[in-house]
Write a protein that binds this ligand. Structure first.
Ligand code: HEC
Ligand code: HEC
Length: 354
């Protein structure tokens, strides 16, 4: 009896040593991946984007009657000819006196707010006040959170240049060029304008003082990071690929839908067939949104829009709020219809095979 206890004891001890050894190996492997430095292309863009020619034209048209009225009030003859004719007193440029930079900024902030709240969902991980949010804090798993993106104390984006924004959001890198665990695989196809708009918006939110610190790899994170480099999205991103300057046009098109659906793959999988998500015990089984029997086959466009706006499936049952439909419900009709148009074109796949 005593002998057996001894043998069992020795075996347990060996197991413990093996376990600790495996953990130590996994931890050093993950840390090495996290500390890898990357070569990235140069990227730059204005923040905010100046008004486009079309926007200036619209403003001119809106202001033209006002400019005429001003000219008439001033006692001069109303300029009947457009400003393009030369000779004589030139008609006043309807844009005179307008603060075009301020208008451009105001519009950029508004677009950025829509992108962040209806679609990109940065607040889900960085906090509703964007001051940072702890996402996981479980000793056996590890510690992980989205850092402070405001201008307050503890911000990780203080003084960020457009190039640094590009690296953080579209390449999954920290300021010093090493890997981050920011889920940039979902944002790598953002256009310059969208990223610029997001930054304009984030700069407009009230500063928050909070510092949540960097991740720590407990056993589960260490093993995930050691066995699957995708825990650090920089490993799956082409760091030399040029970014488009503008997003697809706002019209119901498969192209716009594909662009918008890039943010769905983090949960629904690269082929959108859903299934169990590793590493997140709180996430229910993710639905298959391909046109397969185990997915959205038989759904109509209005069923899809209702699920995104009201969180109801065609049979009346509720969609679990782990699916961020309250945010996606703020997409415009055009955007939702474009997503639906795109989902019709993806290959039907059996649930949970990705
Ligand atoms: C699924 C969660 C999640 C979402 C969604 C998310 N982030 Fe992050 N983000 C993180 C985490 C976690 C980190 C810190 C990673 C680390 O410390 O390794 C991070 C880091 C960052 C950083 C700093 C990079 C670094 O590591 O220094 C910036 C900038 C950033 N995120 C911006 C954004 C913006 C803008 C959006 C929306 C377009 C967004 N994030 C959406 C989780 C998220
Ligand atoms: C944070 C994870 C997450 C993201 C991001 C996400 N989903 Fe979901 N989605 C889920 C989960 C989980 C379910 C299953 C909910 C349930 O079981 O009630 C789901 C369900 C759905 C459903 C209902 C399908 C059904 O049969 O119940 C639709 C439609 C859907 N998602 C579309 C989308 C689209 C489109 C996007 C991107 C714009 C997206 N989802 C992004 C997690 C996510």
């Amino acid at each position: 009896m005593k002998r057996i206890l001894k043998v069992v004891g020795v075996l347990l001890l060996l197991l413990l040593i093996a376990g600790l050894g495996a953990y130590a190996w996994a931890k050093s492997q993950s840390s090495a991946r996290y500390d890898k430095s990357w070569e990235v292309h140069d990227a730059s863009f204005p923040i905010p984007f100046p008004l486009s020619e079309a926007e200036l034209e619209d403003l001119r048209r809106e202001r033209a009657p006002a400019a005429l009225a001003v000219a008439t009030d001033a006692g001069g003859a109303p300029p009947v000819t457009p400003a393009t004719t030369d000779g004589g007193a030139a008609a006043p440029d309807p844009l005179t006196g307008l603060d075009l930079d301020a208008i451009a900024l105001e519009r950029a902030v508004k677009r950025g707010e829509h992108i962040v709240h209806a679609w990109a969902g940065c607040f889900g991980c960085h906090g509703d006040d964007f001051g940072g949010k702890v996402l996981v804090d479980v000793p056996i798993v590890g510690y992980w959170g989205g850092p402070n993106l405001t201008t307050g104390k503890g911000s990780v984006v203080e003084g960020y240049t457009p190039q640094e924004w590009d690296r953080a959001v579209r390449h999954g890198l920290r300021r010093d060029g090493r890997s981050s665990s920011m889920p940039s695989e979902e944002f790598r196809n953002l256009s310059d304008r969208e990223l610029s708009d997001i930054v304009a918006y984030l700069r407009s939110v009230p500063p928050v003082d909070r510092d949540i610190g960097r991740p720590r790899f407990g056993p589960v994170f260490a093993i995930m990071g050691a066995t699957d480099p995708r825990m650090f999205p920089a490993y799956g991103i082409d760091h030399q690929k040029a970014h488009p300057e503008s997003p697809p046009a706002q019209q119901v098109s498969v192209e716009l839908g594909a662009h918008m659906t890039q943010v769905c793959v983090g949960c629904h999988g690269a082929n959108l067939s859903g299934g169990k998500m590793e590493g997140d015990p709180n996430m229910p089984i993710v639905a298959n949104i391909t046109p397969h029997e185990t997915g959205l086959k038989g759904w109509k466009e209005e069923d899809f829009i209702r699920s995104m706006r009201e969180g109801k499936r065609p049979d009346g049952s509720d969609v679990n709020p782990a699916m961020p439909w309250q945010a996606y419900g703020k997409m415009t009709d055009t955007e939702l219809k474009a997503v639906w148009a795109y989902l019709q074109t993806v290959p039907p796949a059996e649930k949970g095979v990705h």
